[in-house]
Design a binder for this molecule. Structure first.
Ligand code: NAP
Ligand code: 8YV
Length: 315
């Protein structure tokens, strides 16, 4: 298959890059680094390899007349213009399910970290402050009220873990899930008002932009924590910083940000936040599984086999 030419639009994980290189001819980010070379090879590109943070615009798709498939190594594909792809019969695939455990684990870790002030407690020991007295009391997570905005694959994995912490679980989605044993709220604001911890785990993109806004944060209130493991775009970041600075909410655990990898200094300076660099799926095991699935989708496509995991719009 090495004659098949693939444009990679991100610095891909070796778990995706290496099998790709063994099977296809890869052009690594040429569209961004060498427009002249890209113009020459664009007519031959039959696939795009991307990750969950990649932008694949209608403009890029339009420049690739032979494009057949966009395979994203990530479950989120909000950076891909799926409508533009579909209008050209280009199929889009992603990597659902294989990362549910890791992302749910990190959501729980952020909840515990921010409520129990784990980064500060760790520093307290390292800097010798313990010698001078005990660490201030923090907030109990077990038994608290958890609100999940987005009860899909990952949201349900978070709920399962939270059950073991004796938390009462409620959620908000556009469509209620009556088959699940959790209380439904028709809006994120109504859910926030009844939550101690509010976890955002929806897709990103236009449909969820600033879903968690100033009103939702106000409803969450001064004893409430926001956890965002979805996309930075899901939360109004300016409103969040203001709420954190004023104590309108108790704190936040954030894995994703509005303009990654840039995190505003105002946010970085706050002590009531725990910040991680978009690492929810970043374990060896899970990134391997994601890379294998992203690669397997390309292999299946070019072998005439059924795709393993097309995005819902392309099924
Ligand atoms: P999924 O199974 O498709 O679940 C998405 C959930 O969001 C569904 O329950 C959906 O329900 C709900 N939803 C969509 N739009 C909504 C809205 N406007 N208001 C309320 N709920 C809404 O997706 P998943 O596999 O759980 O992944 C979710 C997202 O997590 C990904 O798209 C990605 O952005 C993010 N993620 C982040 C990381 C990270 O590294 N931090 C890693 C993996 C995934 P309805 O359709 O009924 O509304
Ligand atoms: C990674 C993610 O950032 O799957 C997603 O949607 O956000 C993460 O798993 C990324 O996609 C790794 O390629």
């Amino acid at each position: 298959m090495s004659a098949i030419e693939v444009l990679s639009v991100a610095k891909l994980s070796p778990f995706y890059q290496e099998p790709l290189q063994a099977s296809f001819t890869i052009h690594d980010r040429v569209h961004a680094t060498d427009p002249a070379a890209f113009a020459a090879l664009a007519p031959r590109i039959r696939a795009i390899a991307a990750d969950g943070n990649s932008r694949v615009s209608a403009e890029l798709i339009a420049q690739l007349p032979a494009l057949e498939i966009i395979s994203v190594m990530g479950v989120g594909y909000d950076g891909v213009d799926v409508a533009a792809a579909k209008s050209r019969n280009v199929v889009v695939t992603h990597t659902p399910d294989v990362l549910n455990d890791d992302v749910a684990d990190l959501a729980i870790a952020l909840m515990l970290s921010v409520a129990r002030a784990l980064p500060q407690a760790e520093q307290f020991v390292r800097t010798g402050q313990w010698e001078k007295g005990g660490f201030p009391l923090q907030r109990k997570m077990s038994g608290a009220r958890l609100g999940i905005v987005g009860l899909g694959r990952i949201g349900q994995a978070i709920a399962t873990r939270a059950e073991a912490f004796g938390m009462s679980i409620a959620y908000n989605t556009r469509q209620p899930r009556p088959n699940l044993p959790y209380r439904y709220f028709p809006s994120a604001k109504a859910l926030a008002a009844e939550s101690d911890f509010l976890v955002a785990i929806t897709p990103g993109g236009a449909g969820t932009r600033n879903l968690i806004n100033a009103e939702v944060l106000k409803a969450l209130g001064p004893r409430g924590y926001l956890i965002n493991v979805a996309r930075g775009s899901v939360v109004d970041q300016d409103a969040l910083i203001e709420a954190l600075e004023k104590g309108a909410i108790a704190g936040a655990g954030l894995d994703v940000f509005a303009d990654e990898p840039h995190v505003p200094e105002r946010l970085r300076k706050l002590s009531n936040v725990v910040l991680t660099p978009h690492i929810a799926s970043a374990t060896q095991e899970t990134r391997r599984a994601m890379g294998e699935l992203a690669y397997a989708n390309l292999q299946a496509h070019f072998s005439g086999k059924t795709l393993l995991s097309p995005v819902p719009e392309c099924r």
